[in-house]
Design a protein around this ligand. Structure first.
Ligand SMILES: Nc1ncnc2c1ncn2[C@@H]1O[C@H](COP(=O)(O)OP(=O)(O)OP(=O)(O)O)[C@@H](O)[C@H]1O
Length: 273
């Protein structure tokens, strides 16, 4: 599949390596005509799970300021897609897989790191570049919520206690930060996982159904927080079963994964330009 050029300023994927500036995008506020940089780029990405499931991503990219949601039925492959992009799942094959540590950083060849089994290199890239909200939150059970959230800052070398405080206030978990994950509700754990994914200001945020277990008003706040994160220059991609809520919060539909198997082109470029 070839990568069609995209109209300037549209949401989504498959675009030239540098995009012209668009309203509400990084660089605009200072009046500079700086193109948006591609933060993640993959092609020929594949992964099999067991005998029956194969996910195939011909081409995909995310740029600074992208904020997109992917939807699809249970079992279609949304979690697998996000886990691959988050470097949490090893690809079976990847022709190209590059990630920037940040908008100013050089692109790092993750395909090469996977191919040579460079776990330290992968860990360093994850820590610097990625904020990941797994579907099951994935908090460490022996650390308080505050320490769980601080962990991404420590791994990235970007300690910022004030930011943890602000995220906790916004996500309404400030009162339970000193508790262990087992001592809070599922929804509070999920909100702590969102805070952990954002606390180190990663360039790329991948959130797997981050609103699945929370109250509707808190779901809206999580989605607004993700939208704001993209407006500050990160690329944000989430999977969701609640598209109207995501769209109302300013996240654009990237596409639908209709069934298990190859991800169709409709997911990999915007449905409506
Ligand atoms: N370890 C595994 N071994 C074999 N098959 C697996 C494994 N993990 C997942 N699968 C299968 O891979 C497919 C994709 O799963 P995935 O979790 O990515 O779907 P999903 O779209 O995120 O679903 P949901 O909306 O229910 O979270 C499913 O058909 C699932 O049954």
């Amino acid at each position: 599949m070839s990568a069609p050029d995209r109209p300037s300023g549209s949401e989504g994927v498959n675009r030239p390596r540098q995009l012209p500036n668009a309203p509400d995008r990084p660089g605009d506020s200072e009046g500079r005509d700086r193109p948006r940089r591609i933060l993640l780029e993959v092609s020929g990405l594949e992964r099999r799970l067991g005998e029956g499931f194969r996910l195939s991503v011909p081409e995909f990219a995310l740029a600074e300021g992208d904020r997109a949601a992917v939807v699809g039925p249970s079992g279609a492959g949304k979690s697998t897609f996000l886990a691959l992009l988050a470097l949490a799942l090893k690809p079976g094959r990847a022709t190209r897989f590059t990630l920037r540590r940040g908008p100013g950083g050089a692109a790092v060849d993750a395909a090469h790191l996977w191919a040579r089994g460079d776990e330290a290199g992968l860990a360093a890239l994850r820590a610097a570049a990625i904020g990941y909200v797994p579907q099951t939150a994935g908090l460490l059970p022996f650390l308080t919520l505050r320490r769980n959230i601080a962990l991404t800052q420590e791994l990235a070398g970007r300690r910022d206690a004030a930011l943890i405080g602000r995220l906790a206030e916004r996500l309404e978990i400030a009162g339970v930060l000193e508790r262990l994950p087992a001592q809070v509700s599922v929804g509070q754990r999920q909100r702590a996982a969102v805070a952990r994914a954002l606390a180190h200001r990663p360039a790329l945020v991948l959130a797997d159904e981050p609103t699945a277990s929370v109250h509707p008003s808190q779901a809206d706040e999580i989605l607004r927080l993700l939208r704001d994160t993209a407006e500050e220059g990160a690329a944000v991609l989430l999977s969701t079963h609640d598209l109207p809520r995501a769209e109302a919060a300013g996240l654009a539909l990237l596409g639908c994964v209709p069934e298990p198997g190859p991800i169709p082109a409709s997911v990999l470029r915007p449905l409506a330009a």
